[in-house]
Write a protein that binds this ligand. Structure first.
Ligand SMILES: *[C@@H]1O[C@H](CO)[C@@H](O)[C@H](O)[C@H]1NC(C)=O
Ligand SMILES: *[C@@H]1O[C@H](CO)[C@@H](O)[C@H](O)[C@H]1NC(C)=O
Ligand SMILES: *[C@@H]1O[C@H](CO)[C@@H](O)[C@H](O)[C@H]1NC(C)=O
Length: 349
């Protein structure tokens, strides 16, 4: 009888704290959840949280409205710039050819390359900045790790702990803090009142670890004093790993909400670090459940929160789920060097 009373009292305490008229204002931290209609106790041990339609734990998980997704821009401009940037020397023919395929009038504004990788063995991190007149956009692309997929997966598993004090995986934060000063110098000059690009919008893009860095850079850029008030900031990434805790995601989303992360079918990096370790994904996912060759263009599912069973890949047949190809090859292109030899042509892909 005493135990029963105590349980009732606990439930009562939790219920009393559940206030808020929207999912975002529901006080999740005190055992409350949004059940799709109102803010109510999620029950002892949060038993209701697994139910369909319930949003528990943090306002970041509340359904929202994803920004518009332009598949053509992601495929024809961003992915080509990523292939260009993977070239060691930004004047090589493959670099120029792929950049010009992205935009015949594109201008390369500069490259920032640093030694990154803390707290793991050192690696190379690179951001390139381009002006795309046809898209009215300045695009900063950040390259993934130089190591192979096996090393990358080990790194991602090892990296879950610790987070920085503001709740980001240390590796991402370190890469961003080393790259950003140089990137900011290029961007602040590109957006200066006297610049021909002063009226452009800003797009942060990245692949793999570069995707995580792009999320952090979007947060930096959105708050920068040099950014014209008319410039829209968006971030669009490929193969993005999980980023940080709810506190970080909330603060990043508050300043840079215009974010889409593209997922090629079963890309293993997008499942790391593993869920349940206190590190979460950004919203909003753009999932190509069956792959990204031209046969599947337009088949993407865009989900209205950061992670959702409806945004998982369809079951595969015959191809190992951990194959690095899903991660390295977006839009069905061959490996970067092979594709660059065609100047990033999509003919026959
Ligand atoms: C999408 O991007 C393409 C360039 O790839 C551009 O021509 C088109 O206008 C964009 N569409 C919208 C709706 O912005
Ligand atoms: C690729 O583009 C470069 C630079 O415009 C050009 O010199 C080269 O001939 C092109 N190669 C192919 C295969 O189209
Ligand atoms: C990845 O790199 C590690 C360490 O350099 C090496 O042992 C491994 O064979 C490489 N794997 C592949 C698939 O290249």
């Amino acid at each position: 009888m005493l135990g029963f009373t105590v349980i009732l009292a606990l439930v009562g305490t939790v219920s009393a704290a559940c206030t808020g008229s929207t999912c975002e204002t529901c006080s999740f931290s005190s055992g409350c959840g949004w059940n799709g209609a109102q803010c109510v106790s999620s029950g002892l041990l949060n038993l209701n949280c697994g139910n369909a339609g319930w949003t528990c734990h943090d306002a970041y998980a509340c359904p929202g409205t994803p920004p518009a997704y332009n598949e053509s821009f992601a495929r024809n401009q961003l992915w080509r710039l990523h292939a260009a940037q993977a070239q060691n020397v930004p004047t090589d023919i493959g670099f120029i050819g792929c950049m010009e395929a992205a935009d015949a009038s594109a201008v390369f504004l500069g490259r920032v390359q640093v030694t990154c990788g803390f707290p793991l063995p050192t690696d190379s991190c690179t951001t390139d900045v381009f002006a795309l007149p046809a898209s009215n956009a300045i695009v900063a692309t950040t390259l993934g790790t130089a190591v192979n997929s096996t090393q990358l997966i080990n790194a991602l598993i090892a990296l879950t702990i610790p987070l920085t004090t503001n709740g980001v995986i240390i590796y991402w934060d370190n890469a961003n803090s080393l790259l950003w000063p140089g990137v900011e110098t290029i961007l602040s000059s590109a957006f200066a009142p006297s610049s021909p690009y002063a009226g452009y919008n800003l797009v942060l893009s990245g692949h793999s670890i570069g995707a995580a860095v792009a999320v952090l850079m979007a947060g930096e850029a959105a708050q920068a004093s040099w950014l014209p008030s008319t410039a829209q900031v968006s971030s669009i990434t490929f193969g993005e790993p999980r980023i940080g805790n709810y506190a970080f995601l909330d603060s990043n989303f508050a300043v840079a909400p215009n974010h889409l992360r593209i997922i090629n079918q079963n890309d293993v990096i997008t499942t790391l670090p593993l869920a349940g370790l206190g590190v979460f994904h950004t919203k909003y996912p753009v999932q190509y459940k069956n792959g990204m060759t031209s046969a599947f263009l337009g088949t993407q599912t865009i989900c209205n929160t950061y992670e959702d069973s409806n945004c998982a890949a369809n079951t595969l047949s015959g191809i190992p789920g951990l194959s690095p190809d899903y991660h390295n090859v977006y839009f069905g292109t061959p490996s970067y060097p092979t594709w660059r030899a065609t100047n990033c042509s999509y003919a026959g892909i």
